[in-house]
Each structure stands twice: as C-alpha cells, then as structure tokens.
Write a protein that binds this ligand. Structure first.
Ligand code: SF4
Length: 415
C-alpha cells in the first residue's frame, strides 16, 4: 500500500495551481483529500501577512501533534522555512522551483532544506484540478514592482512569463477534460509578456478559440496594465463582466508612501469608464498602513465613492520585516484599523447590493461550483454569488438564470 499524501494549500490562486502541479507529479504515493488519512502532509504556505505566517505555524504545530510527517514549500518556505527546519518541525523544506521533484523529495531519507532557483520558469502542465470546477492557469510569476509594504517580490522573484504555447496547451488539456471557466493567475498577472511584446489580451483572444472555453477571468490587474490591447477585448462575450484591479488605496498621499505606480485621478477615470460599460469592479485595499491619519482616511473614503467598487479584498496592514514600510511611522492602532475596515466593507457591500438590483433584469450565467441536498452555489459573470434551490444535482453545470431574487449578500433562484 502506497503512503497517502495530503496537500494543505494556503494563500492565493498561484499556490492552488502549484499544489495541483505537485499532486499530478506523485508516483509512489497516493493523494488523499482527507487530512486524517494522510501519512504525509505537504504544506504549501503563504507569507503575505503576519496572519498568514501565524496560520501556517499553527497548522504545522497541530499536524505535529498528530504525528504527521511534514514538508514545507510555498512563499513561507523563504521567510519561515529555516527557523521551522532548525526547530525540527518539518522533515524537508523546498522552494517552488523544486516542486516537480516532489516524488523523490518525499522519499529522501535525510531531512533537507532545498530552496532552488527563485527565478525559475514553470513548465508544468496539469490535466485536472482536484475538487474544483474552474481552472486556474498560471501564466506569470514574480513581480518587478516594489510596493513598500510587500514581501512578495522577495519570495516569488522577478516577473517572468510562461511560454504562450505551453499556456495554450494547458488550456486545451483542461478544456478537453471538461473545464469551461479559466482564471488567469500569477504574482502580478498583468505583467505577463512584458519585455517580449506579448500581451495578456492577445493570449486571452487565442485562449477563447479553444473548444470548450466559455469564460475567462483575470485574477488581478494593476491599473496601469489596462492598456490599448486590453481595452479592445472589453466587449468579448467570453470575458467575465467583472474586473479585479488592485489600487491598494484611494489617497495619493498613501499611494506615494506605498511606492505604488497608480494615482487616484487616473484610477477614477479608469473605473468610471469600466463602470459605464457595465462591469462589476473589485480591488485590493490596505487599511492601516503607517502614516494613514484620520484626515487621509476621510479623503480616501470620499475618493472611494468615485470608483463604483462592487467587490473588495481588504487587508489590514501587516508589517513585513525587510520591507521599507516596516520602519515607517506613525503606526495605526488595531482598533482604528478595524473600524476603518468595517467602514470600507460597508461602502462596498452597499454598492454591490445596488449593482445587483440595478442589473436585476439581466440573465445571469452561473457556473455551479458546489452544493448538494437541494442547495447549490456558483458565481455569475459579475462574480456575484448565486444560491440555487433544486432537486436536480447541478454541480459543475453552467446555467443561465432569468428569474431570481436579489438578497442582501447574494442572489437566489429556484429551479
Ligand atoms: S504589485 Fe506590489 S503588492 Fe503586488 S506583488 Fe508586486 S510588490 Fe507586491
């Protein structure tokens, strides 16, 4: 009987893709989706915030109590791997570039610490996505931006892109295996093709020609990456009607402190244009970065109203050792940050509800992702949640819904 391996994936969609690559590379081991059945646990970690580090360490401690043999990889391997290895918490630590060797790494008799090449280019192709009904396609890795609060460029390396032929082959394989929705992912996705005259928009047009491709989503873009070629695909039927464009803040004073490349005025113009084209709009926003005074916050919330945001990934600033922001003052205390977070979520939640009401006459194209016992959930073209009551097993189905109710947090339909 082969030993059983369980993958615990923290963090972003790029980690989800990397875990799938490792799952597909197992030969002498069986994959299990049941943690308690596992002999071995591979922790694909995240280190984007202190909270991420604490969750990873907490998880490793809990698995240690259950006597699991553990291996650590992912971004946290670069920041916390050495200390966890020296503390004897894990059998082995390896960098993302080593993930294709997972089958031999798990069989290594001695403990090991193998970080590999931070700037490797991934050439893995997967045939499936275990437990998922939409496919994450890694097209790019690393980041050349240097936002002052961010550790990612130091744990994911410089921006580099996968080969176009490899990406298209990846999509062909997954579309051939029944996937219809594809989410382009990477560390700074919009950096795809920079430096070699390729563009993410052209890649998406080529992907849309592959049989079975029904909807393409883009993980996250920087405002400056919505360029001419991207504007030309905005009306394409295969493009989701939601865009996640990371601004991180809506006060220019903070954007300068954060060493961001975007500025409020151009963001407002961009978001207004996309809003008038009917897009739902999401963003990342950091609350409580050092220097965020009450006056700046008030200005930021005023400015935020001009962005028509319907979705938000808000983060409370988290000090990352080694980043410029780590030494910036004055800090913002936790209670103030929590209140600001509430205010921000309240504004966007209200916008989302209004957006769904305003579009309530439109049919919604939903990919059902999970459910059972008569209740199913999925996301529509606006990246809004739909809850469906039905006696039919709808898992994995594409459904166009004309009659539905707009409720506080999501839409509902009976089929
Ligand atoms: S764009 Fe900025 S926030 Fe995003 S990964 Fe790069 S450095 Fe970090």
């Amino acid at each position: 009987m082969k030993p059983k391996v369980y993958f615990k994936t923290f963090g972003c969609r790029t980690n989800v893709f990397d875990s799938q690559v490792m799952m597909s590379a197992l030969r002498d081991y069986d994959l299990t989706e049941v943690e308690s059945d596992a002999d071995i646990v591979v922790v694909n970690s995240c280190t984007v915030t202190n909270g991420a580090d604490v969750s990873v360490r907490g998880y490793i401690n809990s698995m240690e109590k259950q006597g699991k043999k553990m291996f650590l990889t992912g971004c946290g391997a670069h920041t916390k791997g050495e200390s966890l290895f020296e503390a004897g918490k894990v059998q082995g630590v390896f960098g993302q570039s080593e993930k294709m060797k997972i089958n031999s790494l798990l069989s290594t008799p001695n403990r090991f610490y193998e970080m590999g090449d931070l700037n490797y280019i991934d050439d893995a192709i997967v045939e499936e996505f275990v437990g998922k009904s939409r496919a994450f396609i890694k097209i790019q890795e690393g980041c050349n931006f240097r936002c002052s609060y961010c550790i990612i460029p130091f744990v994911r390396g410089d921006a580099r892109s996968m080969e176009e032929s490899q990406i298209l082959e990846q999509v062909r394989r997954l579309a051939g295996n029944g996937f219809g929705e594809f989410v382009l992912t990477g560390t700074n996705v919009g950096s795809y093709g920079q430096g070699d005259k390729r563009s993410i928009a052209t890649l998406m047009q080529k992907m849309s020609l592959i049989r079975g491709v029904r909807r393409i989503r883009v993980g996250s873009l920087e405002p400056i990456q919505i360029n001419e070629p991207f504007l030309e695909i905005l009306e394409e039927p295969w493009l989701e009607r939601h865009l996640h464009i990371a601004i991180q803040h809506s006060s220019n004073t903070m954007l300068k402190l954060m060493n961001r490349r975007n500025r409020y005025e151009s963001d407002r113009e961009l978001f207004a244009m996309l809003h008038h084209k009917g897009f739902a709009l999401g963003t990342d926003f950091i609350v409580g970065h050092p220097g965020e005074s009450d006056a700046i916050w008030e200005e930021a919330m005023d400015n935020l109203k001009g962005l028509h945001l319907t979705h938000i990934h808000p983060f409370t600033y988290s000090k990352r050792d080694g980043t410029p922001s780590a030494t910036m003052k004055p800090a913002v205390n936790g209670t103030v940050s929590a209140l600001r977070m509430q205010q921000l979520n309240g504004i966007v939640h209200h916008n989302n509800y209004q957006f769904r009401q305003h579009h309530a006459s439109l049919p919604l194209d939903v990919l059902v992702e999970s459910g059972g016992e008569g209740i199913y959930t999925g996301l529509d073209q606006f990246f809004n949640k739909m809850v469906i009551r039905s006696d039919e097993d709808l898992s994995g189905n594409w459904i166009t819904i004309h009659n539905y109710e707009v409720e506080n947090d999501h839409n509902t339909a009976n089929l």
